[in-house]
Design a protein around this ligand. Structure first.
Ligand code: ZN
Length: 356
């Protein structure tokens, strides 16, 4: 049995009271960040030689701060510690020339969030119990089932949606030992092919290109539609400056546009992810590595050099073959080979040799 940490993101559907509460908590984190930052700046201004206030000192300051500003007690206390931790990190990065000076956070920025480290529990199929917030409606909690939630971040984005990102510690059971071995060759026409001749995934450059063009066209069209809509609202807004209705409509248009943009960004990301997953041997290998690790399987990576040239039956090196040649016959032993399967068998042999 192995313990692994998985990242899971769920949509949150807070009710009206919970929305107010969440914004209070976003604000509390921002308040602590800005307060600590202002204090550190002032301290430095007063005496440039003074010692930097570290995470520990900032945590110590939280107590009197909570007394002075009781609304801070509405927050999950661990989230305020996370703020201090992040601010101390930002300063460390500054001192080590890895980042700029920490900046004040604005309530107007589209993205708001806070991170806590207390326990969240799954209440039902679509319900979580969060510290200080209580029971809240979510998207499906199914894959959280047996996990221990170690850290959570609640966020709000420009499309007016709420999310929770969770770090879940979960136990993975080793799969039964089968004593079976398989060779895998990462190919160009197929993502992977094994030494038994099974092919996995397809990589069709032509298809991917067509998809990309289709999405680009859709994206441009939608962007145009959104821009026209925006211009119209802006125009109305100019003509009827005082009309509250128009302001609301404009807000709505702005949100719709942001939603569109987020959707398109996601679609593009998805498409790219697919293209990369199909094409990227590196990603495939990384996934193989951690999955084998999770399930107690042994992964041996070997050099694929010459594996498509050498005959897996007699070991004769048949020389280089252009990629277009998918099958060949060994001139020594006359075995007829599928190029990729032959390579996968050679890879299996190399792996077995490497492990003794
Ligand atoms: Zn041969």
């Amino acid at each position: 049995m192995t313990t692994v940490v998985k990242g899971i993101k769920l949509r949150l559907y807070p009710n009206k009271a919970q929305i107010d509460q969440l914004w209070q908590l976003f604000g509390n984190d921002r308040f602590v960040w800005n307060h600590m930052l202002a204090m550190a700046n002032q301290r430095y201004e007063n005496n440039p030689a003074s010692r930097f206030v570290g995470e520990y000192d900032m945590n110590y300051l939280l107590k009197p701060l909570k007394k002075e500003y009781p609304f801070l007690k509405l927050s999950d206390a661990t989230s305020l510690l996370v703020v201090n931790h992040n601010l101390a990190l930002a300063y460390q990065n500054l001192f080590q020339h890895r980042g700029g000076h920490p900046r004040f956070k604005s309530r107007r920025s589209a993205k708001q969030s806070y991170t806590g480290q207390s326990i969240c529990t799954v209440e039902a199929k679509r319900r979580l119990k969060l510290p200080k917030i209580g029971s809240i409606r979510t998207s499906k909690t199914g894959h959280l089932a047996n996990g221990k939630i170690k850290r959570y971040t609640i966020s709000h984005d420009a499309t007016d949606r709420y999310y929770i990102s969770l770090q879940v510690e979960t136990e993975v059971h080793d799969l039964p030992k089968t004593n079976q071995k398989i060779g895998l060759d990462l190919g160009v026409s197929d993502l992977a092919i094994d030494s038994n001749g099974v092919k996995y995934g397809t990589f069709n450059a032509q298809w991917l290109k067509k998809q990309a063009q289709r999405w680009q066209a859709k994206f441009s069209r939608r962007r145009h539609q959104a821009t026209v809509a925006m211009r119209q609202w802006n125009h109305h807004h100019k003509l009827l400056k005082m009309a509250l209705n128009d302001y609301q409509n404009w807000q709505r248009a702005k949100m719709t546009k942001a939603r569109y943009q987020a959707k398109i960004a996601n679609q593009r990301k998805d498409y790219l992810a697919k293209a990369i997953a199909n094409a990227s041997w590196y990603q495939f290998r990384t996934m193989m590595e951690y999955k084998c690790d999770w399930y107690g399987k042994q992964l041996v990576v070997v050099s694929a050099r010459n594996t498509s040239r050498i005959c897996s039956v007699c070991g004769h090196n048949g020389g280089a073959k252009p990629l277009a040649i998918r099958e060949w016959t060994c001139s020594e032993c006359q075995t007829h080979h599928d190029r990729d399967i032959n390579a996968a068998v050679n890879i299996l042999k190399r792996g077995l040799k490497a492990t003794g």
